[in-house]
Design a protein around this ligand. Structure first.
Ligand SMILES: NC(=O)c1ccc[n+]([C@@H]2O[C@H](COP(=O)([O-])OP(=O)(O)OC[C@H]3O[C@@H](n4cnc5c(N)ncnc54)[C@H](O)[C@@H]3O)[C@@H](O)[C@H]2O)c1
Length: 357
């Protein structure tokens, strides 16, 4: 029996609901495929912040370091400022563990209607490789003259050669394994220092991969193209901010943000990688049992693949595909009436073993 140590941070709102659901499916996959997930659950997030003044304990990162992977639901609570929930938990984990690739696959599953007219599943199958450690998400800056007419805020973007090259190299390798098409999201017409630098590094890194078909597109035009001609895109590499926005847009094109997964990868495996759905804690539907668990389950499949459990990862994704294509249960965001538990039960059952009682 293979064993994988997983640190679990369910977080807040529907994060808790979809984590429970995903772990039920992943554990069933483990029983069917000969491995066990050793789960260590951490009750960190906004409730912890309200109680202690911290999103996670001071020594939290030391504790996470020895796990094989980290599995997160979502964080965020309406009475806690969003920059506190993000910078107090997810960003320190992403940075300390050098999870510099945020991998966000997007596909239109058979049986799920896209909000776009005339789009079929074959048209939407792309991966956004988002830079995850630097760029626009920087702590450099500050505020002056608070509360006066002269108030100002400055926020620096940071793009390093090391940080840019490594995420682009990852995107090149991924594109080579897929269709060979790689697009870079840029904005070098308006952002005068960092984006021309981004373009230069893209030219430099892709020069080592002459077999790839590459292009760079301004992010505003790219957003429109993902809506108008999604089939044009396969792998897209983007900075931290552009990748974040583009992947929500692309997930909407694929039917719902509730199905979008993400992996925060440390490709060198010096540190644990972290897997979480793209969506947030969705306070508007939290506690109702209607959250779509597929984003978390697909993130779990990414985690299994990362842990070397490729067969189980494929089995999980096949189960999702067959359930959706076969008219199986679906939650409200996908036009259905099923609960989180009903979707989870259907997927768990198709893993070939019964859920733990
Ligand atoms: N990685 C994260 O933990 C993360 C990411 C984004 C937002 N957030 C936080 O989540 C909170 C809410 O943010 P938001 O409303 O902008 O984004 P959100 O993703 O939580 O919700 C956006 C909309 O999508 C719906 N939705 C999201 N996930 C769904 C699912 N699985 N099933 C069905 N519907 C789903 C919600 O009901 C809501 O209408 C904020 O505090 C924000 O900071 C956290």
């Amino acid at each position: 029996m293979r064993r994988h140590a997983i640190a679990v941070i369910p977080g807040d709102g529907i994060g808790i609901e979809v984590t429970t659901a995903a772990l039920e499916v992943l554990e069933a996959a483990g029983r069917a495929h000969g491995f066990e997930l050793r789960l260590t659950e951490h009750p960190w997030g906004c409730d912890h912040f309200v109680e202690t003044g911290r999103m996670m304990p001071v020594d939290a990162l030391d504790g996470l370091r020895s796990s094989d992977a980290i599995f997160v639901g979502a964080v965020g609570r309406p009475d806690v400022p969003d920059h506190i929930s993000l910078w107090g938990l997810l960003i320190p984990i992403r940075r300390t563990f050098r999870q510099y690739v945020n991998l966000r696959p997007i596909r239109l599953w058979p049986g799920i209607p896209s909000p776009l007219r005339d789009v079929v599943p074959a048209d939407v199958d792309m991966v956004i490789v988002r830079e995850n450690n630097e760029g626009e998400y920087s702590e450099i800056g500050g505020r002056l003259h608070r509360g006066t007419e002269d108030e100002l805020a400055v926020q620096e973007s940071v793009f390093t050669r090391r940080g840019t090259d490594r995420v682009m190299a990852y995107a090149c390798e991924l594109a080579a394994k897929r269709s060979g098409r790689l697009c870079s999201a840029t904005k070098s017409n308006g952002i005068i220092h960092t984006m021309p630098f981004w373009d230069e590094r893209f030219a430099h890194v892709t020069a080592k991969h002459p077999q790839l078909q590459t292009e760079q597109v301004l992010i505003d035009a790219l957003a429109a193209m993902v809506v108008l001609t999604p089939s044009r895109f396969d792998v897209i590499v983007a900075s931290n901010l552009f990748g974040d926005i583009l992947s929500d847009l692309a997930a909407a094109v694929a039917g719902s943000i509730g199905i979008a997964p993400s992996g925060n990868l440390n490709p060198e495996r010096e540190f644990p990688s972290m897997f979480e759905p793209v969506h947030g804690s969705a306070p508007d539907i939290a506690g109702q049992g209607i959250a779509n668990p597929i984003g978390a389950i697909w993130s779990g499949a990414q985690m299994l693949e990362h842990l070397g459990e490729e067969e189980a990862a494929t089995a999980v994704l096949t189960a999702v595909e067959e359930m959706l294509a076969g008219g199986g249960p679906r939650t409200r965001d996908l036009g259905g009436t099923a609960t989180t538990a009903e979707v989870t039960a259907a997927l768990t059952a198709s893993m070939g073993s019964s859920p733990t009682v």
